[in-house]
Write a protein that binds this ligand. Sequence first.
Ligand code: BV8
Length: 237
Amino acid sequence: MIAPRPAAGTRLFVLTGAGISAESGLGTFRDPGGLWRRFDPMRLATPEAFARDPEEVHAFYNLRRAGVKAAAANPAHAALARLQAGLAAAGGGLFLCTQNVDDLHERAGAGAVVHMHGELMRARCLACGAGTPWETDLGTDTPCPACGARGGMRPDVVWFGEVPLHLDAIEAALAAADLFVAIGTSGSVYPAAGFVARARADGIPTHEINLAPSDTAGAFDTACYGPASRTVPAFAE
Ligand code: BV8
């Protein structure tokens, strides 16, 4: 059963995960062949890993950053961007919260995108805290453009054990939503995976759009399964 198309004036909370970028050629994390199936996230996606072997962590993220630059947004990203603009023009809105660190939502024309796990196309200096857009390789000898310190530049993503970003804004948007929609996420990483339970507890209808039922499929009122490049435009338009 699929959710009715969002009516004008609807306030949507949309949570996206790696599945929405899968057809852009960016691997997911937990599907067969996925990143966390091939690499140990505890060795590459924690602050301790970066402290232990910054070059190995930089190499991992440099490879992924190059992959994102070579990728293109797909019809799912584009449909969400159009829906976001349409709902805003009709007095509603679409709060686009993504677990993804790629910039494909933005490149598809989305307005405000809330990257709760940070952004691969940004770097942050551990010495002065300055963040900056970053499209090339990072290394232990990369100087900070703001303070000049070397060895302190890291990918501006949220690693395991670090606090996700924009949680206050996310909480507020979740509480005010008329409909909660999760797209392309396995529902296995917290606190994002807990958002659907929060929506249900607040009596907000919940809808899952995914290739297959996720770990939290039972928490959704309605669902539509299939590739995002087909299922998201079908929902949005
Ligand atoms: C925190 C950035 C405290 C880096 C990422 C034990 C129990 C519960 C929780 C924990 C626990 N032990 C530790 C924790 C906490 C931990 C956690 O949840 N661990 C999990 C593994 C159990 N969480 C944290 O550490 C977080 N921080 O908790 O801090 C705190 C919290 C709140 C307030 C104060 C303090 C930080 C988590 C962030 C980690 N960083 N990313 C990077 O990218 O390298 S998370 C990582 O998983 C990924 O990056 C991704 O963003 C995220 C979620 O994955 P998905 O997007 O869902 O991708 P996945 O591959 O899993 O699924 C893809 C889905 O797409 C599938 O369902 C598939 O069917 C579908 N699909 C595939 N193809 C398509 C498709 N769908 C449609 N169309 C297709 N074509």
